[in-house]
Design a protein around this ligand. Structure first.
Ligand code: ADP
Length: 438
């Protein structure tokens, strides 16, 4: 058994983002969708890190705590010597949680007196300076995140944001936890200086330190400094600084995936600007594409629609077996608004996710073995419909989007999956992805 790092991610695409960074830093990584049940196979021996993907970002705090503790127990039982609680790089949370309550529960479970929290990921424009989170050039509280429907972030001061989420009464003999700061001057100096700052903060009664980081070098120094902490809390950025603590250096072999043989397909339910451009590019280049128009969805006819599209895909493959097919409901904002006006946003979204997931199943049953899914929610629905419980993480196609290998019952010979959250990927993503070596 070689498992070293156990990761708990509070949402699905965030888990993949973290796994992708760990692979790029040289770790061999498996992502699990949820905490495996009692009968699940053990973690493979050739895996350095496991990322358990939860759906705990916006659930009730008690549920998020229970899920996270179950994941923590699983990872510790598998041999993990350090736990990484992965949160969003915009620190998505509310005054009731869930970052604070989960972090406190993990600290209790791991007997951890001091830890850090930093969502910094400079490569993605997330930097922390004097405890304040910037998204690109603006403070978090001035970014689009201030209007987020579930987790509006109206304060960029993470020391204050996290402190407000912690229990106000201590447990047993312990005082309530306090949040402090390791600022950029210390982080910019050396790992040893950061370690000294940890010690002095802990001595002064601080249990959790927000850590500044404005560049990758800061994350590398921070990574070295947290070597002996049983728990860290971060976005996916800190991942670049951890593998070295385990004697692991970047290497191409970490990303190697088992080969697969079969057809290629893309299923797209994202309506983001980036995905709209990617779909247009694929079509303009003459790719075989079939559009699902939500306005033409007839009551109770989803089964026939799915069967028709899968038959169309098979016909395309029999003409050109090496060419990918694209099935998409991706649409421009005015078309999305028109469809939502007719059917209601949530209801229509869930229905389209169901249709696209059933199509993904049909495509895989028909021999697709390399599948791209565009859209975070759409990816979740497809992964569930395909019965994918574990993914081995491979080479990155574009930042945050790796190829993965899975072998669900429907494709027991193995398949490659790329799960693209809406705004990720260059305009030629769909064409280029299939030529990335895996
Ligand atoms: P993203 O990662 O871009 O947010 P998601 O898959 O998470 O993509 O979310 C897109 C949502 O929009 C899904 O619920 C999907 O079913 C829905 N959707 C897809 N196509 C359309 C459409 N043409 N009109 C309205 N809603 C749509």
């Amino acid at each position: 058994m070689t498992l070293r790092l156990g990761c708990i991610a509070d949402d699905f695409t965030g888990a993949t983002d973290l796994a992708n960074n760990l692979v790029r830093a040289g770790m061999r990584v498996v992502q699990l969708n949820g905490v495996p049940g009692a009968g699940a196979p053990p973690v493979e021996a050739d895996v350095d890190a496991v990322v358990v993907a939860l759906k705990s970002r916006t659930t009730l705090p008690a549920d998020a705590v229970a899920q996270s503790l179950a994941a923590c127990r699983f990872l510790k039982a598998g041999g993990a010597s350090q736990i990484y609680f992965k949160v969003c790089s915009t620190f998505d949370s509310t005054p009731r949680g869930n970052i604070g309550p989960v972090l406190e529960a993990l600290m209790d479970a791991l007997d951890c007196a001091f830890t850090i929290a930093t969502p910094a990921f400079p490569d993605n424009g997330r930097t922390v300076f004097k405890g304040h989170l910037f998204v690109g050039d603006v403070l978090l509280s001035e970014s689009g995140m201030r209007n987020h429907p579930l987790t509006p972030m109206t304060d960029a001061n993470l020391v204050r944001v996290l402190q407000a989420q912690l229990a106000t009464r201590g447990d047993g003999g312990r005082a309530p936890r306090r949040v402090g700061l390791v600022d950029h001057r210390v982080v910019g100096a050396s790992a040893a200086a950061i370690g000294e700052r940890f010690a002095s903060l802990a001595k002064g009664g601080v249990s959790i330190a927000i850590a500044d980081a404005v560049a990758n070098d800061d994350l590398l120094r921070l990574g070295a400094a947290v070597k002996d902490l049983p728990l860290v809390c971060a976005g996916s950025g800190l991942a670049i600084g951890l593998p070295a603590n385990f004697g692991i250096a970047p290497s191409g072999t970490a990303a190697a995936l088992p080969a697969v043989a079969g057809f290629q397909a893309i299923v797209s339910g994202s309506c983001s600007e980036a995905t709209n451009a990617q779909v247009a590019r694929f079509r303009d280049a003459g790719g075989a594409a079939s559009r699902i128009d939500p306005l033409s969805l007839a009551d109770g006819a989803d089964g026939a629609l799915v069967a028709g599209i899968v038959a169309w895909a098979r016909a395309q493959w029999s003409k050109a077996p090496e060419c990918p097919v694209l099935i998409y409901s991706t649409a421009a904002p005015q078309d999305v608004a028109a469809a939502q006006a007719k059917s209601g946003g949530r209801e229509l979204g869930a229905r389209l996710e169901g249709v696209l997931a059933a199509i993904a199943r049909g495509l895989v049953a028909g021999g697709a073995r390399r599948l791209i899914v565009a859209g975070g929610e759409t990816s979740g629905a497809c992964v569930q419909a395909l019965g994918v419980a574990r993914l081995r993480i491979g080479a990155q196609i574009d930042p945050g989007v790796p190829w993965c290998h899975a072998a669900p019952a429907l494709a027991a010979d193995g398949m490659h999956l790329a799960l693209k959250s809406g705004n990720f990927g260059g305009v030629d993503f769909f064409e280029r992805a299939f030529s990335v070596a895996t």
